[in-house]
Write a protein that binds this ligand. Sequence first.
Ligand code: HEC
Length: 105
Amino acid sequence: MIKKSVFIPIIAFSLFISLLIIGCASEKPKLIIPNDSELSPELLEGKKLVEERCTVCHSTDKIYSEVEDRAGWEKYVDNMIKRGAKLNTEERGKVLDYLTSLKRI
Ligand code: HEC
């Protein structure tokens, strides 16, 4: 028979490992920012717009630290347009297509 004194540390260790795995799995997702060469011409236009028009007041880090679906990005982008970001309707669409296309880790 296995002694209790051996059994308890084994259970404690297994529990610790499980919690570690759960902890890592639920970590906040991050965006993967593609290189220009990996993007279709349309999405590249969106990326360039983000890099030119969205970096007047803050860096792209502030943008890429958010992970959103299209509706979420629309809220942010419209909020930024209200604050003074220069995007016409067509450019807004390209920025949204690009931001929505970003994959997550
Ligand atoms: C006119 C200045 C200005 C421009 C241009 C601008 N932003 Fe911002 N943005 C701000 C300010 C100011 C904040 C900080 C607001 C806050 O922390 O409450 C911010 C914060 C953000 C945040 C983070 C929000 C948060 O809760 O921390 C995101 C995402 C963002 N901007 C996206 C964009 C995108 C995308 C564009 C381009 C379409 C853009 N911004 C262009 C002024 C601007």
